[in-house]
Design a protein around this ligand. Structure first.
Ligand code: AMP
Length: 232
């Protein structure tokens, strides 16, 4: 549900908005809501892989053991999937990327792909949260197996226990949200994804937000930032 206090955007997004941050920094939660408010697609590569796993596709069976180990799926698989997706008509007014790019080659290739689309310069927003807070957050995270809606034990749980408010699907803990896998995902992030943050910083395409604040506060700052940027 939208927070009634949120500003309604007076302008279309018209760009790729890239949400960066460690696993559990709040990328998925924020990306879904911003995409909904701007009425553009929310493209989560993690969700795309989970869908493939659920459908039992060949791509899904290649990705599953890698995901469950906390490592990254090879670039060429991710890139093929993203390239096909952003070429679709519904991405013409912009889109929100969540969990992509995660390596330097992905970031470089994304620039080439975006160069072919009639959009404004992409913007990366890095959500900053410290690691111990992340481990705690992810340990309490629960996810709808059907639609990917995100819940949190203690903070935001469904009205009916273990049943998704949005679609009625079952709410579970993602297999890669177990603490040992989370620590591996953080190591992968530090090694392979931190350089992506620096890539966008060098290109002056990076803004950073304190992701440790509550969901509504981060959302408010993110929307205000997009509105300011549009006026420039
Ligand atoms: P996420 O839901 O974004 O945390 O993604 C879950 C898992 O999917 C990751 O831990 C990776 O194994 C895989 N994955 C998602 N996005 C990417 C990406 N851009 N590059 C490589 N692997 C990815």
């Amino acid at each position: 549900m939208a927070n009634p206090g949120l500003p309604v955007p007076a302008h279309p997004l018209l760009r790729a908005l890239i949400l960066l941050g460690a696993p559990g920094a709040g990328k998925g939660t924020q990306a879904k809501e911003v995409a909904r408010i701007y009425d553009v697609p929310h493209l989560s590569t993690g969700d795309m892989f989970r869908e493939h796993v659920a459908r039992g596709t060949e791509l899904g069976s290649r990705a599953k053991p890698i995901m469950e180990s906390g490592k990254l799926v090879p670039d060429e698989i991710v890139l093929g999937m993203v390239e096909e997706r952003v070429a679709r008509k519904d991405c013409a007014a912009g889109f929100v990327l969540d969990g992509f790019p995660r390596t330097l080659p992905q970031a470089e290739r994304l620039e080439e792909i975006l160069g072919r689309l009639p959009l404004r310069r992409a913007l990366a927003v890095n959500l900053l949260v410290d690691e111990e807070a992340i481990v705690r957050r992810i340990a309490s995270r629960r996810t709808c197996k059907s639609c990917g809606a995100i819940y949190s034990a203690g903070a935001k749980m469904p009205r009916v226990e273990a049943v998704c408010d949005a679609c009625g699907g079952p709410i579970v803990q993602r297999p890669d949200d177990r603490e040992d896998v989370v620590r591996q995902r953080l190591a992968t992030y530090n090694e392979q994804t931190r350089p992506v943050v620096e890539f966008y910083r060098r290109r002056s395409q990076l803004l950073e937000l304190d992701g440790s604040k509550d969901i509504a506060a981060v959302q408010h700052e993110l929307l205000a930032l997009l509105a300011r940027l549009h006026q420039q």
